[in-house]
Write a protein that binds this ligand. Structure first.
Ligand code: GSH
Length: 213
């Protein structure tokens, strides 16, 4: 399999975590978002939406959208399950993933922040308020779900797809200075995952295209 992504892309990071937890072999082809490579004809051919990640499967199919890719991996490579056996617990894991993917990350991704700053003249204070209200608010909902369903990880005592979505969101939140003082459970899951090898291998700074300053 070949994963097209960018080291700091949280959506790519989700897929890397899932693949590492499942012990899958894959190659990685960087798409430099800062240079606009996601809008090149070659990449648009892979994903007409011009977004990373995209995954080329063993059979040569091209998949897009991290939720769909991770669901595909779960169905195609079920040996290390990332969804719990219990149907309600599976729904809780999917609910956490959806909250992050639909209600947190879209409000702080590169194109959204660029638009707010360049088109709507958001200054640092306005941006901080935006990040606190939208991604920050969604993370408080996730904290409440984790309080109900977590036991060391987001749902239960083993990593699930919910953790594949949480860890990149925490990475982005820390990077953009989102206030995490009201999400202590998420902070402790983040620390627990950071100590595990699959999460270490998937970390942005351990990718070949990482830029160290
Ligand atoms: N919903 C998509 C989000 C993908 C996405 O927002 N990707 C970002 C990086 S995290 C991207 O490619 N941004 C490039 C751009 O905005 O031009 C997914 O889950 O795969």
């Amino acid at each position: 399999m070949k994963l097209f992504g960018y080291w700091r892309s949280s959506a790519t990071y989700r897929v890397r975590i899932a693949m590492e937890l499942k012990g899958l072999e894959f190659s990685y082809e960087p798409v430099n978002l800062l240079k606009g490579e996601q809008r090149s004809p070659a990449f648009l051919n892979r994903n007409p939406q011009g977004l990373v990640p995209a995954l080329e499967t063993e059979e040569g199919f091209l998949l897009t959208q991290s939720i769909a890719i991770i669901e595909y991996l779960e169905e195609r490579y079920p040996e290390v399950a990332l969804l719990p056996a219990d149907a309600a617990a599976r729904a809780h894991a999917r609910a956490i993933a959806a909250t992050i993917a639909c209600e947190a990350q879209p409000f702080m991704n590169l194109r959204m922040q660029k638009y707010l700053k360049e088109e709507l003249d958001f200054d640092d204070a306005a941006m901080k308020a935006w990040l606190g209200r939208w991604p920050g608010g969604a993370m408080e909902s996730v904290e409440a779900l984790v309080e109900r369903y977590g036991a060391g990880f987001c749902v239960g005592d083993k990593p699930t797809t919910a953790d594949c979505f949480l860890i990149p969101q925490m990475y982005g939140a820390l990077r953009f200075g989102v206030d995490l003082s009201r999400t202590p459970r998420l902070k402790s899951i983040h620390e627990r995952c950071a100590a595990l090898d699959p999460f270490k291998r998937a970390h942005p700074e351990n990718q070949p295209d990482a830029v160290r300053t």
